[in-house]
Design a binder for this molecule. Structure first.
Ligand SMILES: Nc1ncnc2c1ncn2[C@@H]1O[C@H](COP(=O)(O)OP(=O)(O)O)[C@@H](O)[C@H]1O
Ligand code: SF4
Ligand SMILES: [Mg+2]
Length: 339
C-alpha cells in the first residue's frame, strides 16, 4: 500500500450535461458542469436533494438509468470516461474509481461474510492467494478502525452497527487502491458523532493512501472539514464554485448564503438551524433565467428570464459565480443573515 505523494491532474470534467427522456418530455437534470481534480485532492459537490449531485457522478461512471444520457467530456487520467466502451469503463470502475453510498447495504452483500466479500475481490482482481487476501483485508479493516478485525472479519454485515458498516464499505472501496473515491452522502444516515468520525476517517485515508475524493453532500458543514474545492449546485446548474474556504467564509451567491444558514451554528446551538424557505425547483419546468429566482431573497426583475452566466468573481477571480447581483450585495445579505 503506497503512501507515496501523488500529484498532477486526475480528472477534468467539461460541459457535463445529463438529460432524461420522460413522459413529460426531455428533462435536463444537469447542465454545463465543469471542474478539475488533482490527485489526492477532495472536491465537494453540495446542494439540496434533487439538485443533480448523484446523477452527475453516475453519468461519469456510465451508471445512468436507461432513459438518461450524458454529454460533455470527463477526462480521467488521459481518457474520456464518457467516450469509453462499456467494457473499459467497467475496468476503470472496478479498479481505479470506487463509489461509496449513503446506505452501505447497496454495496455489501447481506448473505456473505465480510471476509468472503473482501477476499473475493482481491483474489479475482489482484490475483492474490486467499491467505494474502485475508491478511490484506484485515489490514484494511484495521485502517478504518474496526476493532478486533481479525475476528470480526468472519461476521455478516448485519452484525455490525450502521457506523461500522459504513467503515466496512469504505474499506471495500479501498481494496483495489483506487485513484478516486466518489462518496455520495456517506454520512447522511448517521448520527452527528458518527458523522464526525467518518469525516475524520476519510481525511486520514486520503492522507495515508493519497486517494482523491469527490464528496457529495447536502451538508456544507461536512464539506468544510474535508474539501479543497467546492461546487454548489441548484436545479442541476452551478451556482458557485471555488475553494472551500471562500465558499464557507465569503459566499458570493444567495443560494450558498442560504445553505450556510442551514448549517447548525456552533455558537448558537443546533436549534438555530435555518432552512431556505420554499422547495427545490421542478426540473421539468425550470425558469428560463436563474433557477433559484423563485426562492431568492435578492431576486431582481430580470432574474427569472435572463440566465446569469457562470463567471469569475470580480474581487476573487478563483471563485466562479452565476448571479446578476454584484458580490458586495450578496455579502450584505450574509452579514444580515448571521446577525
Ligand atoms: N431516471 C430518471 N428519469 C427522469 N428524471 C430523473 C431520473 N433520475 C433522476 N432524475 C432527476 O434528476 C434530478 C437530479 O437527481 P439527483 O442527481 O439524484 O439529485 P441529488 O442532488 O439529490 O443527488 C432530479 O430532479 C430527478 O428527478
Ligand atoms: S441571479 Fe437573481 S435570483 Fe439568481 S441568485 Fe442572483 S439575485 Fe438571486
Ligand atoms: Mg443524491
Amino acid at each position: 500500500m503506497g503512501s507515496e505523494k501523488k500529484s498532477g491532474r486526475l480528472l477534468q470534467v467539461e460541459h457535463l450535461a445529463v438529460t432524461f427522456q420522460t413522459r413529460e418530455g426531455e428533462v435536463t437534470a444537469v447542465k454545463d458542469l465543469g471542474f478539475s481534480l488533482e490527485r489526492g485532492q477532495t472536491f465537494g459537490i453540495v446542494g439540496e436533494s434533487g439538485s443533480g449531485k448523484s446523477q452527475s457522478m453516475l453519468a461519469l461512471m456510465g451508471l445512468l438509468a436507461a432513459n438518461g444520457r450524458a454529454s460533455g467530456r470527463a477526462v480521467f487520467d488521459g481518457q474520456d470516461l464518457l467516450a469509453m466502451p462499456p467494457r473499459e469503463l467497467n475496468q476503470v470502475r472496478g479498479n481505479r474509481i470506487a463509489m461509496i453510498f449513503q446506505d452501505p447495504m447497496t454495496s455489501l452483500n447481506p448473505y456473505l461474510t465480510v471476509e468472503r466479500q473482501m477476499t473475493e475481490v482481491l483474489e479475482l482482481h489482484k490475483g492474490l492467494t486467499h491467505r494474502a487476501a485475508r491478511q490484506r483485508s484485515i489490514a484494511l479493516l484495521e485502517s478504518v478502525r474496526i476493532p478486533d478485525a481479525a475476528t470480526r472479519i468472519r461476521m455478516y454485515p448485519h452484525e455490525f452497527s450502521g457506523g461500522m458498516r459504513q467503515r466496512i464499505m469504505i474499506a471495500m472501496a479501498l481494496l483495489c487502491e483506487p485513484d478516486l473515491v466518489i462518496a455520495d452522502e456517506p454520512t447522511t444516515a448517521l448520527d452527528v458523532t458518527i458523522q464526525a468520525q467518518i469525516v475524520a476517517l476519510l481525511r486520514e485515508l486520503q492522507r495515508d493512501f493519497g486517494t482523491a475524493i469527490i464528496l457529495i453532500t447536502h451538508d456544507l458543514g461536512v464539506v468544510a472539514g474535508l474539501c479543497d474545492q467546492v461546487m454548489v449546485l441548484y436545479g442541476g446548474r452551478v451556482m458557485e464554485q471555488g475553494s472551500a474556504e471562500s465558499i464557507f467564509y465569503r459566499p458570493t451567491h444567495p443560494y450558498t448564503t442560504g445553505l450556510l444558514g442551514a448549517v447548525p451554528r456552533l455558537l448558537n446551538g443546533p436549534e438555530t438551524l435555518l432552512a431556505i424557505p420554499g422547495a427545490p425547483p421542478d426540473m421539468a419546468s425550470l425558469p428560463a433565467g436563474c433557477p433559484f429566482s423563485e426562492r431568492c431573497p435578492l431576486v431582481l426583475p430580470h432574474c427569472a428570464t435572463v440566465l446569469p452566466p457562470l463567471i469569475p468573481d470580480a474581487a476573487d477571480r478563483s471563485v466562479l459565480r452565476a448571479c446578476h447581483r454584484p458580490e458586495r450585495e450578496v455579502a450584505a445579505l450574509s452579514i444580515a443573515g448571521a446577525a
